[in-house]
Design a protein around this ligand. Sequence first.
Ligand code: GRF
Length: 210
Amino acid sequence: MKANRIAVFASGRGSNFQALVEAQRKGLLGAEIRLLVCDKPEAPVVELAKAADVDVFVFQPKAYASKEAYEREIVTELDRRDVDLLVLAGYMRLLSPSFVETYSGRIVNIHPSLLPAFPGKDAIGQAIEYGVKMTGVTVHFVDGGMDTGPVIAQRAVEVREGDDAAALAERIHEVEQKLYYEVVSWFAEGRVSLNGRHVTIADKVQEVEH
Ligand code: GRF
């Protein structure tokens, strides 16, 4: 599957969004960020998008009668910009089953643990609490469940003695910010394929010099 017109969905700080913007500036993303979708008007990520000249669709869920109602508007905004890949980066809402179905195989998410360990909220706190020695980052397709979709890429991060959630989060975020743009670039190069739960990444085609 080849996809290179992306929308980022985010609700908060936006460090992953910013890393994608910077990768695009440096020519490392291979894709164009056409839209930020945000459900929190006051989120810092909105300002980051404006500063980067990225279109923003920001909405207040409470102003709509239902999830379907605001998701219809999201679909209109995505269609208007021919978006072909939805990149979730700290979007704190579950998408409806029909939305996920509409974009099946075209929604990815980043999660701060080695899934299937520690799905859901506060994955970093869960890892500290459990006492694991190794955790990490997962990029996966989004399906109808909570962090259950097919895994595209994972990177391990060691939990050090004395780590608290803040210290571990800092190292996890560093890894996230390098991994996410790389995965998006794989989509842009058409290298990602999905077969059941299994994702394969084709080798990069070498440019032949003439
Ligand atoms: C990241 O840790 C990501 O893994 C999780 O939400 C966080 C978003 O952080 N899904 P940011 O808004 O990109 O800084």
